[in-house]
Design a protein around this ligand. Structure first.
Ligand SMILES: Cc1cc2nc3c(=O)[nH]c(=O)nc-3n(C[C@H](O)[C@H](O)[C@H](O)COP(=O)(O)O)c2cc1C
Length: 274
């Protein structure tokens, strides 16, 4: 039930909600827009009709336009966003103190706005907020890697994990980087766009986190460890069998401060002429 409603006192009949509906299921029914009878099931719940209405006349899914956050005047300057994108760094040094759960939850609530193919919204955020849990996962992961090394069962291409184990034994946590938190983002394998959905969510997470002074690290070493080396780990941390794990990230308060933007060139550009 979409509960699509138009406030007739506010509606100026501009037709924006009709034009912006990706499924073309909104039309003028005599005077005002409404969902074409029999087509409700085609709605992908993107809420564009709600977002695009300048008058706050459209409501769908029980949403109140007067309670929604307005965009006008609230957007960041492009230059601020650019400096964030250029200035974010892979943080490999962390303070042990955890972030408050509220801070992590607030981040994830924003990140849940990341787009998903056909607005499927199946992205699962598996997050560790409790450092005790993090330590258990760290220890068990390293124990699993040790077992694989000892039994000669490191998967082909991941033989270098024996070196990471040596580093661990001499006090260097190269896989988790001593971070107090981790995030794995997954989604059903059979969804329309599992790779894009998960990676976009993590990209949103990283940028928002770093804008708040929280360090993040895309962690391929952790992803391979929990998906390919340590059997059962992904199940133990609650990632469903039928999920595609996009990536893992560790995060927390950084024990490092970056002072300037590095130099990166647009080295590979194909300006298409046809
Ligand atoms: C997909 C991906 C996986 C990565 N995996 C790791 C990792 O396992 N360990 C690590 O220390 N850094 C990892 N990094 C961080 C990169 O090494 C880092 O982004 C790169 O050196 C550039 O530094 P910058 O992010 O500060 O610009 C990863 C980055 C990406 C994008």
């Amino acid at each position: 039930m979409l509960n699509f409603k138009v406030n007739e006192e506010r509606c100026i009949k501009c037709g924006e909600c009709v034009k912006d509906c990706v499924r073309n299921i909104i039309a003028f029914n005599e005077e005002y827009p409404s969902i074409i009878p029999g087509r409700e099931a085609e709605c992908i719940r993107c809420q564009h009709c709600f977002a695009v209405c300048s008058e706050g006349a459209v409501s769908i899914l029980g949403l109140d336009p007067d309670k929604a956050e307005p965009l006008m005047g609230n957007l960041p300057e492009a230059a601020n966003l650019a400096i964030l994108m250029k200035g974010r760094r892979a943080v490999r040094r962390y303070l042990p103190e955890p972030l408050p759960w509220e801070t992590i939850k607030e981040l994830l609530e924003v990140v849940a706005h990341a787009p998903t193919g056909i607005n499927n919204r199946q992205t699962l955020f598996s997050v560790v907020d409790d450092p005790v849990v993090m330590e258990k996962i760290r220890q068990e992961t390293m124990a699993g890697i040790r077992k694989a090394v000892n039994e000669g069962k490191l998967p082909k291409g991941l033989e270098f994990y024996s070196g990471l184990l040596d580093a661990w034994d001499s006090g260097a946590d190269v896989i988790f980087r001593g971070a107090p938190h981790m995030l794995a983002v997954s989604t059903p394998k059979n969804g329309p766009s599992p790779e894009a959905d998960t990676l976009m969510a993590l990209t949103y997470f990283e940028l928002l986190a770093q804008s708040k002074g929280i360090g993040t690290l895309w962690d391929g070493l952790l992803k391979w460890a929990i998906t390919s080396i340590v059997p059962g780990m992904r199940t133990k941390i609650g990632i469903p069998e039928d999920h595609y794990i996009g990536y893992t990230m560790v995060f927390g308060r950084p024990d490092v401060k970056y002072c300037r933007v590095v130099k990166r060139d647009l080295d590979h550009l194909n300006r298409i002429s046809f």
